[in-house]
Design a protein around this ligand. Structure first.
Ligand SMILES: Nc1nc2[nH]c(O)nc2c(=O)[nH]1
Length: 459
């Protein structure tokens, strides 16, 4: 068998985000095939065989690739709408448009969402897709195809809604699936697309949408389905005070107790937002190792509040970062969420004792890998792990005067990505996507956004 092709990266700062936060001011990495073979201070060892490429990364910081833990790709074609609404009003304003999406639209929107994140250092993405209009085609397949073409590692959280207005829920009746239909389609998606192997490029999670759009039966049976199939569970939780009130009125308990009563706390579960959590909610997440996707920009955009991330981390809750759908975070970037997570948490209860720059980087890398269940493979730079990593250019006008590279990355302007690798394959060069045509994607997302707006206006 041919020896693995090696790529050597030298003369860079490295933030490994390993358990000891090991960093090198001038170091090297050796990639062999899809893995990191070695890394350390100074130059790479002499005499390495099969070196197909040497990268002089002078002026760069190398970090693990960023991991996005919460998104709704289809929202790429409904950005900039209902901009002054809180969550419930915003959802009610947008559901009727979202309920008209089709396969061409979800494919274009996924390309836009994935492209935007990949250009900014994301190497593992996820999409919580929960709108499946009747006759709209193979939406899940189209999203997975876009992820494969872009080259990022990917989790599709197959979402669902079956609690509409007639059952006391928020979505209109025409926007939801039936309980049986949602469960059967979710199971079929797991069977067709989930890959449980080390280094998998595509995984599937079971992901009913939120307490106010999903029946209790779908929550319960969704949890049973995921555990029977050995896949992860994802949903929205504790996002707003209105959701808390909804749960208390309908179920007689707050969201965390409701999730526990339906089998939704556990190390195979991660939830988006978790803004309105009391001490006992945080303790329950820590005890059960339930993960959190922290989405600071979206929480600000929808006036949801400030999640208690420092308290969660202190309690031992696994926390990653999320862009969230781009109808509530129009920028669609994850690298800026490192900065926003730090800044927004400084406004919370802990003020200056809140997140450090290194904690923010950990949330966006290793923390994300933990909540997606991929921490044995990705999230830190260590020998034997998958070669998912980013070369951030920090010798720029915007960054060069900041001495500490991690501080420059997190607190400085969004840093240019010189190169980004997924499993040793380069997917970005000098800020441009290598495997897909960005200009064509820009055109198709504009066209599909206009087509959706026209269809929704006629409905
Ligand atoms: N930020 C968001 N929260 C949500 N809850 C829900 O049911 N859907 C959404 C969503 O699209 N974004």
């Amino acid at each position: 068998m041919a020896a693995d092709r090696r790529i050597v990266i030298e003369n860079c700062s490295i933030a490994t985000v390993d358990a000891d936060d090991t960093e090198y001011t001038s170091g090297h990495l050796v990639l062999a095939g899809d893995r990191i073979e070695s890394l350390g201070a100074g130059k790479a060892p002499e005499g390495l065989e099969n070196v197909v490429r040497r990268i002089d990364a002078t002026g760069h910081l190398v970090t693990p690739g960023l991991v996005n833990t919460h998104h709704h790709f289809y929202q790429w074609i409904t950005r900039g709408l209902a901009t002054d609404h809180n969550l419930f009003d915003w959802l009610v304003a947008l559901y009727p448009t979202w309920a008209r999406i089709d396969e061409r639209m979800t494919y274009a929107a996924a390309q836009g969402s994935l492209g935007m994140m990949a250009r900014g250092g994301v190497t593992t993405a996820m999409d919580h897709h929960y709108v499946f209009p009747k006759g709209s085609g193979d939406l899940s397949g189209s999203i997975i195809r876009a992820a494969r073409e872009t080259g990022v590692r990917f989790t599709l959280a197959r979402g669902s809604m079956d609690r509409s207005e007639k059952d006391g829920g928020l979505p209109p009746d025409f926007a939801v699936e039936t309980l049986e239909g949602a469960l059967a389609a979710t199971e079929a998606t797991v069977d067709e697309h989930h890959d449980a192997s080390f280094g998998a490029m595509t995984q599937v999670a079971v992901a009913p949408c939120s307490p106010f759009s999903v029946s209790t039966e779908l929550m319960r049976q969704g949890a049973e389905l995921a555990r029977r199939k050995g896949v992860r569970l994802h949903t929205h939780g504790s996002e707003t005070v209105e959701e808390e009130q909804f749960c208390k009125e309908l179920f007689g308990m707050g969201p965390t107790d409701y999730f526990e009563s339906t089998g939704w706390l556990g190390e195979d579960v991660w939830m988006a937002h978790c803004v309105h959590m009391n001490d006992s909610d945080i303790a329950a997440f820590a005890r059960t190792r339930t993960g959190v996707a922290h989405c600071p920009s979206s929480n600000a955009r929808l006036a949801a509040g400030i999640a208690r991330v420092p308290d969660m981390l202190a309690a031992g809750v696994p926390v990653g970062l999320g862009v969230d759908g781009t109808a509530s975070n129009e920028s669609g970037e994850l690298h800026t969420e490192l900065r926003n997570a730090l800044l927004i948490n400084r406004l919370g209860a802990h003020r200056e004792a809140a997140l450090t720059a290194r904690q923010a980087l950990r949330l966006g890398t290793y923390g994300g890998a933990q909540v997606l269940g991929r921490a044995p493979e990705i999230g830190s730079l260590e020998p034997g792990k998958l070669a998912d990593l980013v070369l951030w250019k920090l010798d720029t006008l915007a960054h060069a005067s900041i001495a500490d590279p991690v501080t420059a990355l997190v607190l400085g302007a969004a840093a240019p990505v010189t190169a980004s690798f997924v499993g040793g394959e380069q997917i970005v060069e000098n800020g441009r996507l290598l495997h897909v045509d960005e200009d064509a994607i820009a055109r198709s997302t504009r066209d599909e956004a206009q087509r959706l707006a026209r269809i929704a206006a006629r409905a």
